[in-house]
Design a protein around this ligand. Structure first.
Ligand code: ADP
Length: 941
């Protein structure tokens, strides 16, 4: 691989700093630069920015491109100082000194400390003004002096002042207008003179052709004839000057030569030759119709030339003296056109041959070849009218007889027709190619802006630009989006043989290489245009294209469209990633919402209460699934109903009042109602209403309906217990109190006294049992459970003891013990088991008021002892059986009922379950009941 540095050593590379490409002045100077560069086989990088400190808001950002030339990429710099300093000539001075140690040559403005190619501006305008005064007798001459403070403009102004002074004409400040160099500024100047100052004047000399044309246009609009009423002279000798009607007199400055001299001076500096730091170029007045003169090509026909030593045609066929040759070449000012050095003598010799052979072929074909070459190199054909005049001046003294002279005049005439035809052809071709170019540029722009994908944009560039004659192109993006990024990425490269399109990755290369070293075409010297890609204040990258003079107007458009296409692509990507991000966030939030909704629904649906959401008009909007259990109605069927429809008539008023109070006070409310189940039955319910407010306004409510039947029942049971317990306690107490009173107040026989004491003892035992039961239940309810200590217990023995105690008590029932003698043992608490059996036997007696047999039986089944107590008493309905083991449950709560508090079976169930067993009842009303419990046995030995 060849290192970039080595290559530069082989073929020098120069940088050119220029503010604009397709401007008449810059493009012509540039032509001189490029043709000289090619002649010397060197590369050129044209860094195209804007004028320094240009007042446009973002255009100044283009000037980062002037920071790029460094010794790594160029060997020297040619700076269009006059153009870059258009807005601020001081800043260009700083710029030119910034590149040390690189050799720098400046054009258009002389800068101290660097090398300069200087045009004699002062003499040019002096000649123009002097010409008007001395040749045309004009004294009141307006001077349009160009931008204030611009160095070249000031030099030209000095020429004006000197000419006035030398001719003894007074200076009139009213005749001086200062403005820019451009066409529109000229128009402004003309209006200022005609409408504001209303000054009298006979001529206008302007510091540039564009300025002169702008002024002349307005003068013509106002009816002034040029030059009859007002003569006009410009400066620069642009093509547009010659094309103006009338043709504009101007000061010729050697533009392309300026470029060529600049390159030559720079090369000698690069090589370290000891050349002077300054090259001076002359200017020359070009009189034309607008100053009141005829074109010198017309007037020059009459001029006599010194043609010593040439007396006849033979003299002209020999090698010609330099004076004659240089006379022939003088009209040619376009220095970039390269013709063979022998062309003047070739032309003269071919003329002599044509005269001698009496044929136009020799001369016309030679002249035709020359014209073709000039056209091919983009030279000025009109200059060749001057050449023909010069040839004629040289020839005429050598032509002796009338016939030869006539033959010669015919040849001159044919040559001039040939020039006219070629001018016309060139004009038509120019128009056609500029039209074609416009179409190509339009197509390119249209296609570029219709895609947002960088890859496609670059594909379009690489396909279209070659049609515009731009054969090589490179697009690099700054890695840090700033010109001083150390690295760039080459994302597009096209050459006649290669193409790279890689928007995503690209080739990473050091920014100072400008074109990634491996991709650059190295075969021939090439001139590149380095265009800054930027948008507003963003620095994006560089578009580097080879320089094609036919398409100069395309570069700025391509630069601008590429910048905005890349930026649009970035924005599009940003927008997409933003929208993807947004989408992901929305998805997350939605998922979170769904989760929390599901959680809320789970909580709501698992709530034991029906929960309804009421709207602002207090109608039901929705409800949880518990509604179905509590109200017998699915929540969707409730939607749209009024909550009043859910309560019984007697509760409607209370609920209606609560609802209206809720919307006014915004305070939660609780009330108890009788609610309706859809099946028709009513139940006790508590309703809790909580308002929903939004910005202080009532916007609905949450209505919670709780079934409180069980609570109410419990209350009722408790009420019943209180009366039952009071009654149950009072009966034995009354008995105890009665007998103790008797014992205390009377003398009784021993027998009776013993019996009374027996009564008292029985009743207090009964009382004790009652109190024990209440304590047990209290303990169960408090969650402390019953005290128990387990041991192997002979269950038969327990039953025997209980039965015996009741037998002794003499209840009047017959006791039958069945299958209880085989010593079956269980693991249990003997006292608690006694309590269970005693309870069941006591109930069997209590609830068989007409006596009968109480049968107690043990069965051993699956390692369990099943103990059943059967009576022949009142029995129980299935309804009673369903509630038997509930606390305080009693089938008969009347005063006439058998005594009891409804706790015995509750305690039995607790005890049996603690033994790992079950208890149940079987019964039929009027036929007696059987209560059975089963508990695990201890394994027999
Ligand atoms: P109490 O007997 O103190 O009322 P229990 O818990 O022992 O309390 O019994 C609860 C209810 O079960 C009794 O009120 C009674 O209605 C019914 N009951 C219990 N045992 C029998 C039985 N052997 N025959 C008929 N009904 C019974």
């Amino acid at each position: 691989m060849v290192h970039a540095g080595d290559r530069y050593q082989k073929r020098p590379t120069i940088g050119v700093l220029v503010d604009w490409l397709d401007n008449g002045y810059q493009s012509t100077v540039l032509k001189g630069v490029i043709s000289e560069a090619q002649a010397n086989d060197i590369n050129v990088f044209c860094f195209v920015g804007r004028g320094l400190e240009i007042p446009d808001r973002f255009a100044d950002n283009a000037n980062f491109v002037y920071n790029l030339p460094v010794p790594e990429n160029v060997d020297g710099l040619l700076i269009f100082a006059g153009n870059l300093g258009y807005y601020n000539s001081a800043s260009v001075v700083d710029l030119c000194h910034r590149y040390e140690p690189l050799p720098v040559v400046c054009l258009g403005q002389e800068i101290e400390g660097v090398a300069n190619v200087v045009v004699d501006n002062e003499i040019g305008s002096y000649e123009a003004v002097n010409h008007l005064i001395t040749e045309h007798g004009i004294h009141r001459i307006v001077y349009a002096k160009g931008p204030e403070g611009h160095l070249e403009a000031e030099q030209r102004y000095l020429g004006y002042l000197r000419a006035l002074h030398e001719n003894g004409i007074d200076f009139d400040p009213d005749l001086i207008v200062s403005c820019g160099f451009l066409y529109a500024e000229g128009k402004k100047c003309a209006r200022r003179l005609l409408d504001e100052r209303r000054v009298e004047f006979e001529a206008v000399v302007a510091a540039s052709d564009l300025l002169a044309i702008g002024i002349a246009g307005i003068l013509q609009e106002r009816g002034y004839r040029i030059p009859e009423d007002i003569a006009v002279i410009g400066f620069d000798d642009l093509d547009v000057a010659a094309a103006f009607t009338p043709p504009l007199a101007t000061v010729h400055q050697p533009k392309s030569r300026q470029g060529a001299e600049g390159v030559r001076l720079l090369l000698s500096k690069i090589r370290g030759d000891s050349t002077p730091d300054r090259v001076d170029l002359p200017t020359r007045l070009m009189v034309r119709r607008s100053c009141g003169c005829l074109s010198p090509w017309i007037t020059g026909v009459e001029d006599q030339v010194q043609t010593d030593g040439i007396a006849n045609l033979d003299d002209l066929r020999r090698p010609l003296p330099d004076t004659i040759l240089s006379h022939i070449t003088t009209p040619i000012r376009t220095s970039f056109v390269k013709l063979p050095a022998s062309w003047p003598s070739d032309l003269l010799h071919s003329f002599v041959d044509s005269i001698r052979d009496n044929t136009s072929v020799h001369f016309l074909s030679t002249f035709n070849r020359l014209l073709d070459e000039v056209i091919a190199q983009g030279g000025k054909i009109s200059e060749w009218q001057g050449v023909i005049s010069a040839v004629r001046q040289v020839m005429l003294p050598a032509l002796k007889d009338d016939q030869t002279i006539r033959r010669a005049e015919n040849l001159f005439h044919q040559a001039r027709v040939m020039i006219s035809e070629s001018t016309f052809q060139v004009q038509v071709n120019k128009e056609a190619s500029s039209e074609e170019q416009n179409v190509l540029i339009r197509q390119l722009v249209f296609e570029l802006v219709s895609t947002l994908h960088l890859n496609e944009q670059m594909m379009i560039l690489s396909e279209h630009l070659p049609f515009l004659g731009i054969r090589e192109g490179y697009l690099a993006l700054f890695e840090d989006k700033r010109w001083d990024s150390e690295w760039s990425r080459l994302v597009m490269a096209y050459t006649p043989d290669n193409k790279l399109i890689a928007a995503d990755e690209g080739i990473r290369f050091p920014t100072h290489q400008l074109i990634a070293a491996d991709y650059r075409v190295t075969a021939a010297s090439t001139s590149y245009v380095v265009l800054p890609i930027f948008l507003q204040d963003e620095q994006i990258g560089l578009l580097i294209l080879d320089l094609c003079f036919e398409s100069l107007s395309a570069y700025e458009i391509v630069r601008a469209v590429t910048s905005s296409a890349i930026k649009s692509e970035w924005l599009y990507r940003e927008l997409q990633s933003y929208s993807d991000d947004l989408k992901a966030r929305v998805q997350n939030v939605t998922a979170e919402l769904v989760r929390s909704k599901e959680r809320a629904e789970t909580i709501l649906d698992n709530s034991p209460d029906a929960i309804l959401l009421l709207d602002s008009s207090r109608f039901i909007e929705t409800g949880n699934s518990t509604c179905e259990t509590i109200l017998g109605c699915q929540s969707n069927l409730l939607a749209g109903k009024h909550p009043l429809s859910l309560v019984a008539n007697e509760s409607k008023d209370a609920l209606a009042m609560a609802l209206s109070q809720l919307s006014e006070s915004h305070e939660p409310i609780r009330l108890e109602v009788i609610a309706n189940h859809r099946s028709g039955h009513s139940f006790d319910a508590e309703i809790a209403l909580a308002p929903i407010t939004e910005s202080g306004k009532f916007n609905g409510a949450v209505c919670m309906i709780r079934d409180i039947t069980a609570l109410k029942d419990l209350e009722r049971v408790k009420d019943a217990l209180l009366s039952t317990a009071a009654h149950e306690l009072r009966t034995p107490l009354t008995t105890i109190r009665g007998f103790t009173e008797i014992l205390l107040t009377r003398e009784l026989v021993q027998d009776r006294r013993t019996r009374y004491l027996q009564y008292i003892n029985n009743q207090s035992t009964h009382l004790g049992g009652l109190v024990d039961n209440l304590l047990d239940v209290a303990r169960i309810q408090a969650g402390r459970g019953l005290d128990m200590s387990f041991e192997p217990v002979d269950i038969g023995e327990v039953i025997r003891m209980v039965a015996q105690s009741y037998d002794v008590a003499g209840s009047g029932h017959t006791f039958k013990l069945d299958n209880i003698d085989d010593g079956l043992r269980v693991n249990g608490d003997p006292l608690r088991l006694d309590q269970v059996v005693r309870n069941l036997v006591s109930n069997a007696i209590k609830y068989s008021p007409r006596g009968g047999t109480v049968t107690i039986r043990i069965d051993e089944r699956d390692s369990r002892a099943e103990v059943s107590v059967r009576d022949e008493g009142i029995g129980m309905s299935p309804e009673v059986q369903a509630h038997l083991f509930e606390r305080f449950y009693r089938a008969d709560r009347s005063n006439s009922a058998v005594s009891g508090v409804g706790l015995g079976l509750t305690i039995c169930k607790q005890i049996v379950e603690k033994h790992g067993g079950d208890i149940w009842a079987e019964s039929e009303p009027g036929k007696g009941s059987t209560f059975t419990f089963s508990i695990p046995t201890v394994q027999r030995e």
